[in-house]
Design a protein around this ligand. Sequence first.
Ligand code: HEC
Ligand code: HEC
Length: 415
Amino acid sequence: MKTLIKTGALLSAAVSLAVLSGCESASADKSAGFTGKLSPVSQTAVDANASASGNAPLSPLPDSVPVPPDNKQTEAKIALGKLLFFDPRLGGDASVSCASCHDPSQGWAWAEDLSRGYPGTVHWRNSQSIINSGYYPGSFWANSVPSLEKQAPSAAKGGVAGNGENDIMESRLALIPEYKKRFKEVFGDKTPLIGNAWRAIASFERTLTQTDTPIDRYLKGDKKALSEQQLRGKALFEGKAACIQCHNGALASNMEFYNIGVPPSKRWEEDGLAQITFRFELYGKGSTEELYRTAKADPGAYFRGKNRWDLGKFRTPSLRYTMYTAPYMHNGAFYTLEEVVDFYNKGGFDEDNRTTGWPKTKSKLIKPLGLSDNEKEDLVAFLEAFSGDEILMDKPELPEYAPMFTLDELKEAKK
Ligand code: HEC
Ligand code: HEC
């Protein structure tokens, strides 16, 4: 209860701070309430405040993942989706599968700051773990696609990810008898339809969940599931450090968008390929000429509605499974949870005092926390409670191509 009151006070302080410090144009008659137009900076703070649900408590993740009515889970579909997830023939040059960038032994992600890309490219963002992605209302750092069914083709076809073409990928599937058989069984397809490949992959992803972490056990009543240190960390998370404002509910994320101050990727200064992808993505997402020429940082959620107040904002990520998914943030700016906590403790600045390339939209909720070294350790220990055992999986044996017709059949057809 104490925590809630504290957080509430913190939130209203954030708003009044925003209203006072902004250079708003209207003469502020406080008793009448503020009716003038807010400066974009203040508007951002107010929006962030409105969406920060500081009083949503942490809660256990339900065992069953939401399933869309038009893509029911069946064992055969999940098994097919697993094969396809690991199959590089669903991509351009048949060398990159989903699992290439969502490697089970790298937290179902890719353990570099920016993800590996399609051969000859570097991706522009950090690869996200797909563990628990079935619970998300949308996919990607900016939540830009609404479902796993829609996410899969955008990954397999995206220029710096799979770079595949529908017709070629579909032809490949048609030449693999085992797939022909399975698509027929699962979807009734005469020959495999590419759209059904994405549905099967989505079904497989929905099985990659983790609901038995220490925090789940604790919240379900096992008071021994967290150590003394983790309990101290939990109190900080919900109180002094105020992480709960955005990392709350069952996913430890409110799924809202904030600019918390993550500095631009250093790779962009050093690595030509990474810089090229960045410009390519800006162009592809329809950025303005000015942005294309001058942007030095990822505009993030800006592309959702081309609103300047969304510049540099990203979806609050879930804290689940993060023990295995370093590096962290949309561009992998931090390699350890200790670094993340230091960053928050400094009010959203890294060890070199760098912060976001979009300072005007930085959330007012991010401010120096004044944590001691012991408190920082307690908080990190608590973050580890959001992860259970590592989920590992061997690459399945993939079915082989076979010619569509045997030589004899061809000869027969020629006669
Ligand atoms: C070349 C690397 C690469 C390949 C190949 C790739 N991904 Fe990704 N994936 C990424 C990156 C990087 C992100 C984050 C991108 C962003 O936010 O813009 C991502 C994000 C995702 C997400 C969103 C998770 C979340 O937290 O919202 C899902 C789901 C996903 N990928 C599934 C897939 C599937 C399925 C495939 C195969 C069809 C695939 N990916 C292929 C790199 C890749
Ligand atoms: C104002 C909302 C907000 C608050 C408060 C907040 N976070 Fe975050 N957190 C985010 C967003 C948004 C990101 C992603 C930012 C990005 O990539 O640019 C993030 C990223 C993270 C990540 C990286 C996760 C990953 O998968 O890469 C960790 C860990 C984290 N936060 C922990 C914390 C802790 C600990 C606190 C409290 C000290 C905290 N957060 C407070 C919104 C918030």
